[in-house]
Design a protein around this ligand. Structure first.
Ligand SMILES: Nc1ncnc2c1ncn2[C@@H]1O[C@H](COP(=O)(O)OP(=O)(O)OP(=O)(O)O)[C@@H](O)[C@H]1O
Ligand SMILES: [Mg+2]
Length: 257
């Protein structure tokens, strides 16, 4: 059984007419097993504004109070997920949308009370993904999980990069590719990093070189790399970056042990 490829599509590249979805559809048509994980940063922020809910990030993670988790679920597991599924289906790919609540895919616990309903992944049940892949579908995962909080099962916001790293590790992915809106991860001197070791990640964060959304991305890349999954962070705005990196072209930053 060939191992799936996990592709994280960034909110910053979504809807900007990049070629990522074309590449994903073509790779699937060529027989690759693919799992897509998406963020949706900008749409989430817009909808929180519409609902007059504060929008604050701590270390790249969105502070998510009781009002915000409703919007996050509606936007990430709803609008953004369904638009992506529709777009992929429009390209001929048998996309199947789900979030981490569906089939019990992503069990989480509260990461930090101050962040509200933000989950850290405690368990991945890969069976829904394997079932969909075996049936020929292309799973598209929205980053919402669940938390068994005593007798309450709560919806939890999980950073999409974190989801991608955990899913890639759980399914033993052939590779994990993050499509984002920068060409490289930069180090403390502003130089492009072609390679990064998991052990170097916390230093980049502590030293301030990596900030905001790059923090969970690097941690997720390190997590996947330590689980044996080769990981690349590449610029999704560049034409056919996904196809090219899978063809072996050296693009972006590789996180490897
Ligand atoms: N050291 C760094 N090197 C490169 N980019 C960095 C670094 N530190 C912080 N960044 C920022 O990280 C951003 C990418 O993360 P961001 O969370 O914004 O996008 P994404 O994860 O692709 O999309 P989304 O969060 O919507 O899924 C870059 O646009 C850049 O501003
Ligand atoms: Mg991000």
């Amino acid at each position: 059984m060939t191992q799936p490829l996990v592709v994280k599509v960034g909110g910053s590249t979504l809807g900007s007419h990049d070629t990522a979805l074309e590449d994903i559809a073509a790779l699937h048509a060529a027989g690759r097993r693919i799992i897509v994980v998406h963020g949706g940063g900008n749409t989430g922020t817009e909808w929180l504004k519409i609902h007059d809910i504060a929008n604050e990030f701590v270390d790249g993670l969105r502070v998510t109070n009781a009002d915000a988790i409703d919007v996050v679920t509606a936007v990430f597991a709803g609008l953004v997920n369904k638009q992506l599924v529709a777009d992929l289906r429009g390209l001929g790919a048998p996309a199947f949308g789900l979030c981490g609540v569906d089939g019990g895919l992503l069990e989480t616990r509260q990461l930090d009370q101050r962040l509200g309903f933000v989950g850290e992944v405690s368990a991945v049940d890969a069976r829904p993904l394997e079932t969909l892949l075996d049936a020929g579908y292309l799973p598209v995962i929205g980053p919402v999980g669940f938390w068994q909080d005593g007798d309450k099962t709560r919806l939890m916001n999980v950073n999409a990069d974190t989801v991608a790293g955990e899913v890639a590790a759980a399914v033993g992915a052939a590779a994990l590719v993050f499509l984002t809106d920068v060409a490289y991860v930069r180090d403390g001197s502003g130089d492009n990093l072609q390679e990064l070791r998991p052990a170097e990640v916390e230093g980049l964060i502590a030293g301030g070189a990596a900030s905001g959304g790059m923090i969970p991305k690097l941690r997720a890349g390190a997590r996947a790399a330590e689980a044996g999954v080769g990981c690349s962070i590449i610029d999704g705005r560049e034409a056919h970056a996904l196809r090219r990196v899978l063809d072996g072209v050296e693009l972006g930053t590789r996180v490897t042990v």
